[in-house]
Each structure stands twice: as structure tokens, then as C-alpha cells.
Design a protein around this ligand. Structure first.
Ligand code: GLU
Ligand code: ZN
Length: 494
């Protein structure tokens, strides 16, 4: 048992449906999901779609599809419902309006009439004078006359939360004790002038109403935590919230050049990983290493193992580096771990249009079943399967000029002729015998196996790299292999 949680755990994952899901978002979902499972708690999935300008229905659908593809499940939220429904903030506007009003009635929030230009001017002046440059409390205690005057000018106010003039300290589950002084956390807007509630309000209000016990989210949101704690205290006084949750901020993820991986970086797009044929379990395994580890010497593990071992206190506060090579290597390991049948099934999309360059009727199931185990030990991502097996289903091998030039040297024709001879009389039920044949052909011409097999490989598969050659030849069959060597000899002669 961990010391973190004694009462039932309720965590939330609450993305905004803006654009394609990205890996940072998936890491946050993963850590919340693992935390909930580890503590037999509840994962609430909430959609923060109050920003009508940026949120879209398409992004929402894509988000749900992506989370399902990754294999996440949630206990409350879209598609599953729950006691705190609805779970889309766009359907909860009345709740926020009501809470904003209660906060104002209790003096915990107030109307602020300052225009952007006024705020900017005062901020610049404060900066120039070396003073804190946040909101200066100008509208905190306006008199009735001042309010009337502003209204007469036609100003429409925002609602601003009144921060207590006190230092806020909390113990971050990842970073330990953190302190924010009052001057660094000024009063902040919670409702726009047009009446639209802001993230600053709706997020903690829903966390309170949904009885969230632990808020685990990215470090980029750390600065909103003291504000939310203060708002929580007000909500407790108003009877809206019960308890302030614990907070844990997950480390930044750094990309190329040690810059923060941004939503806009192509390598952060979840779709890309899905299209390249990452396995959900491989990708999640890698993403779990962004700030956490199972043990010093084991990078590859299942999600069950992660859930069993996951402690939020083990998360490392230092920035994590996103390493695509390592991500691929871990995915490759997960591909090896599949049973062959599962592997062949998961490859299916890449053996069809639009990826497969062969005609559907030229696909040969028996050959595919025969070659699959050899492919399984070599792929980093499933999409690589197409190029690796196309020699089996295309009438002619692909034409790859670079491979041809690299493999076909002076003397390659002589070598190919000898290889053809030896292969013709070889035992075609044994890859080992085919290897002996090419080895012997090489010896005839003073070539080691590596050099001798390169022209054979290019003649037969079109490429310099691919699956183990002799197994490939055996599966392709004698007749086609010899015909392709003949075609290559003809091309060399031309
Ligand atoms: N909707 C917010 C976001 O996607 C949630 C932040 C939070 O976890 O508090 O950034
Ligand atoms: Zn103001």
C-alpha cells in the first residue's frame, strides 16, 4: 500500500478537444489511468470544451477514438456516464454561472472594469518601477458611484477572483513543498466580459463537484495551482467543495535540441505513431518512461506491470527527453513479444490498399504465414511490413535504383550465373541448403557470403536490405527466384 492515498482515489483526465491528440496529453492520461488502477480508484474523463473558438466536434471524436485505440478505459465520462454527468463542460454552463454568482455574492470575486489598454499601461508602469506586474487590485473595492460611472461608459466587466493576501504552500506529489507568495499570485479573471467562464473557474469547480482527490497534470499548469487552491478554499466556505485535492505536476517533455516538445512538433502527434504502426502497448510503455521508470534495468514491460508498480512519488521532476529511437526500439521489443497470430493480424492494414503495391488477388496467405515469423523479429513499426514482403506478392521485384547500383558491381553477372546454377540443383526444402549454394557460388569467385548474397538479394527482392535472404528465397520458391535472377542477368547484359 502506498502512503499517498487512504480515502478512495478519484483522478481526472480533462483535455480540451483542440486539434490532434499529442504525446504529452497521452502521457498525462496514462499516469492518471495508472494511478487510478494502482489504487483501485476512479478515473474521471472530462472534456474541457468551453473554448468554442478552438474546440471542435471533430477533435472530440478523434480524441475518444485515440484513447480507445490506446486501450484506455475510464469509470466516468463520455460514453460511460456517471453520477456527475454531464462530463462535457460545454453542457455545464449553468453550474459555472451559478458558482460565479455565489463567489461574487460572498465577496470572493468581483467585477473588474479595467480595459486591456489600462491594464497594459499599469503593468508597464509597475514593471518600470520594479514592482510586481500582475493585476493591481484596482477594482477590488469600487464604490457604487465608480461602478455606475463605468457602466455609464458602457464598460462590461469581467469577473475576477479575489486572492487572499497570504502565502500559499502545498506539497506537490512530485516536487515536494512549494510556496507562492501573494504578490506573485494576483487576482485573476474567472468569467469573460461576454459571460463565458474561463478554465481558471471551470476546471477547479468541476474538480470540486466531481470530488477529485488527486490532480495529476503537466508542469505547464503549475502556476495555476496556487490560484486553484485559493479558489478551492472559497468553494469549501461556500459548501461547493469538500476538500482541496492533492496536486502532482508531471515533468516537461523535451524534444529535439532540448526544446520543450510542443503540440505543433510533428513527432508529438499521436496520429503519426498510429499510422506508422506503433503498438499501443509499445507506445505507452515508452511514454511511461517520460518521468517514471519500473526499475533501473528494465525498459520493456506491460501496462499491468506498470500499474502494479506505479507510485506518483517515484515520478522524477526533471524534464524528460523524448527519444524517438528509444521509442522505436521499445516498440520493436513489443512486436517480438506478440504471439505470431496476433502479429499477423495486426499487420493486416499494411497488407492492403492503400499501402500494399500489389493487386489484392496476388496476395498469398500461405506465403504470408510463412514469412511472418521472420518479419516479426525485424520490424520497428508495423508499417515496415509492406516493403519487407512485397517481393512475395509483386510480379516483379520493386525497382530501386540505389539498391541496384550498390549491389551490382563488376563481376556480379558471373556471380549471379554461378549462384543460379548452384541454386538450380539445391534442395529447395531447406534455407540452409540455399545458403550453401550461394556460399559456394561466392567461393568460386573469391567472395565472402555477405558480398555474394547482395546481388542475389537485389535480383530477387529489389532491395539491399530485407528479411533473412535464404528463408525469403525458400518461401518465394525456386521457379520465381531463378526467373528473377535471369531477369537481372538480362538487365546486366543490356
Ligand atoms: N483542459 C486543460 C488542458 O488540457 C486541463 C488542465 C488540467 O489538467 O488542469 O490543459
Ligand atoms: Zn479592474
Amino acid at each position: 500500500m502506498s502512503s499517498v492515498a487512504s480515502a478512495p482515489v478519484r483522478v481526472r483526465f480533462c483535455p480540451s478537444p483542440t486539434g490532434n491528440p499529442h504525446v504529452g496529453l497521452v502521457r498525462t492520461a496514462l499516469f492518471n489511468w495508472a494511478f487510478a488502477k494502482h489504487h483501485q480508484g476512479t478515473l474521471v474523463f472530462r472534456i474541457e470544451d468551453t473554448d468554442a473558438a478552438r474546440d471542435s466536434e471533430e477533435s472530440y471524436d478523434q480524441l475518444l477514438a485515440s484513447l480507445r485505440w490506446l486501450g484506455f478505459d475510464w469509470d466516468e465520462g463520455p460514453e460511460v456516464g456517471g453520477p456527475h454527468a454531464p462530463y462535457r463542460q460545454s453542457q455545464r454552463m449553468d453550474i459555472y454561472k451559478d458558482v460565479a454568482q455565489k463567489l461574487q455574492d460572498a465577496g470572493r470575486a468581483y467585477h473588474c472594469y479595467c480595459s486591456t489598454a489600462e491594464l497594459d499601461a499599469r503593468r508597464d508602469a509597475a514593471r518600470a518601477a520594479g514592482k510586481p506586474s500582475g493585476y493591481d487590485g484596482h477594482c477590488r473595492d469600487l464604490s457604487a458611484e465608480q461602478v455606475e460611472a463605468y457602466q455609464a461608459e458602457g464598460r462590461t466587466p469581467i469577473v475576477r477572483f479575489r486572492m487572499p493576501d497570504e502565502t500559499i504552500t502545498f506539497t506537490d506529489l512530485v516536487r515536494g513543498e512549494l510556496t507562492f507568495t501573494a504578490e506573485n499570485v494576483p487576482d485573476y479573471g474567472i468569467v469573460r466580459a461576454n459571460g463565458a467562464p474561463l478554465y481558471t473557474l471551470v476546471n477547479p469547480v468541476d474538480d470540486a463537484l466531481m470530488e477529485i482527490t488527486h490532480v495529476l497534470r503537466g508542469e505547464d499548469l503549475l502556476s495555476s495551482t496556487p490560484r486553484q487552491i485559493a479558489l478551492y478554499k472559497a468553494l469549501i466556505d461556500l459548501g461547493v467543495a469538500k476538500e482541496i485535492p492533492s496536486f502532482g505536476h508531471l515533468p516537461y517533455v523535451m524534444g529535439e535540441g532540448n526544446k520543450k516538445l510542443s503540440k505543433r512538433d510533428p513527432e508529438s502527434s499521436l496520429n503519426l505513431y498510429r499510422e506508422r504502426g506503433f503498438l499501443p502497448e509499445g507506445l505507452l510503455n515508452y511514454l511511461s518512461l517520460l518521468g517514471w521508470s519500473l526499475s533501473g534495468d528494465r525498459d520493456v514491460f506491460s501496462m499491468d506491470e506498470m500499474v502494479a508498480a506505479f507510485e506518483i512519488s517515484d515520478v522524477n521532476p526533471n524534464p524528460a527527453r523524448f527519444d524517438l529511437k528509444k521509442c522505436e526500439a521499445i516498440n520493436a521489443d513489443h512486436i517480438r513479444l506478440l504471439d505470431v497470430k496476433d502479429f499477423t493480424e495486426r499487420c493486416a492494414p499494411w497488407l492492403q490498399a492503400p499501402f500494399a503495391p500489389w493487386a489484392p488477388e496476388d496476395f498469398d496467405e500461405a506465403k504470408w504465414q510463412a514469412v511472418a515469423p521472420h518479419a516479426q523479429t525485424r520490424l520497428k513499426v508495423l508499417s515496415e511490413i509492406t516493403d519487407n514482403v512485397d517481393f512475395l506478392f509483386l510480379a516483379e521485384p520493386v525497382e530501386d535504383e540505389a539498391s541496384w547500383t550498390k549491389a551490382m558491381k563488376e563481376g556480379s553477372d558471373a556471380l549471379l550465373r554461378t549462384a543460379r546454377e548452384k541454386l538450380e540443383s539445391a534442395d529447395w526444402t531447406s534455407a540452409e541448403a540455399l545458403k550453401e549454394a550461394v556460399l559456394a557460388a561466392g567461393e568460386t569467385h573469391g567472395l565472402k557470403l555477405g558480398k555474394a548474397q547482395a546481388p542475389v538479394r537485389v535480383a530477387v527482392t529489389g532491395r539491399t536490405i530485407g528479411l533473412p535472404l535464404f528463408e525469403s528465397l525458400e518461401i518465394l520458391g525456386k521457379e520465381k527466384t531463378l526467373a528473377r535472377i535471369d531477369a537481372a542477368l538480362a538487365k546486366l547484359a543490356a
